[in-house]
Design a protein. Structure first.
Lengths: 78, 188
């Protein structure tokens, strides 16, 4: 549903903590407020980490799913 | 909490997700701060310093790392081998090789065998190297504050240090940061 509106994707597959968060944060800096960012990660810790990170930053997880070993988050920049 | 008790595991999960999605009720993150005193120059201590400070900066915290004693040498340029002016300072740098790419371990170093194995495993499991993490920290705006006293004692000059370090700092400044509101302080 939100797929058409995705602004850009952060491919953090294969990366370990803390790089999925760091890469996403770096990317989010470059996009406009309200933009939807898709993040793909394989680090199982990223599920809790992204929840915590969005609580800290005010960005929001608007969609979250898992396909095989890949976690997909759609994050809206505050 | 009792009013919110869910009847089914699914409802419980949905409630947990909804609760997790709520913004923190605490203060804006602009006021949150992480201060780390980086006192060790060893791989297994510098790594958590870099990981915690990069994530703090990525999460909108102000992150400051005070580099003191053994913890200053990893922030000397990688290409400097012997630093200092007199023989004792030179000897110190000979015993602890400066540079973020030359960290030893606090345990199981085994003449470099330990770091070599950790390096191999890190590559295999895609764990960022200290150098990559340091670059990420600097990109995210972590402030690294070299200790003035340590710089003097080691005979280190500004040009021996990596680019982008903050001003040379003393204990009183760090103490002030550590006692600010909404600040977590770590001594690693």
């Amino acid at each position: 549903m939100t797929t058409e509106a995705i602004h850009s994707t952060v491919d953090a597959k294969g990366l370990s903590c803390p790089m999925p968060i760091v890469k996403t944060a770096q990317h989010v800096k470059t996009v406009p407020s309200g933009a939807l960012i898709e993040v793909l990660a394989t680090d199982p810790g990223s599920v809790k980490d992204f929840a915590a990170w969005t609580r800290s930053t005010g960005n929001a997880i608007v969609e979250q799913s898992q396909e095989g070993t890949v976690f997909r988050f759609v994050i809206q920049k505050a | 909490m009792t009013a919110m008790t869910a009847e089914t595991p699914e409802a419980e999960l949905t409630a947990a997700i909804a609760a997790a999605a709520q913004p923190a009720d605490s203060l804006p993150t602009a006021q949150r701060q992480l201060v780390i005193i980086n006192w060790s120059g060893q791989y297994d201590k510098v790594m958590p310093t870099l990981i915690m400070s990069s994530v703090a900066a990525a999460s909108g915290y102000k992150a400051s790392v005070f580099l003191t004693f053994w913890g200053l040498l990893p922030f000397v340029r990688d290409d400097r081998r012997i630093t200092g002016e007199n023989w004792m300072q030179k000897m110190l740098s000979a015993m602890q090789r400066p540079g973020i790419s030359h960290l030893k371990m606090s345990q199981m170093n085994f003449l470099g065998m330990g770091p070599w194995m950790i390096g191999k495993l890190s590559k295999q499991y895609n764990v960022a190297s200290p150098k990559e993490l340091l670059e990420a920290c600097q990109l995210m705006g972590v402030e690294f504050l070299p200790c003035q006293m340590t710089m003097d004692m080691y005979g280190l000059k500004r040009e021996d240090m990596i680019d982008g370090l903050g001003p040379a700092t003393g204990a009183a400044t760090v103490l002030e940061l550590m006692t600010e509101d909404h600040t977590a302080s770590l001594f690693i």
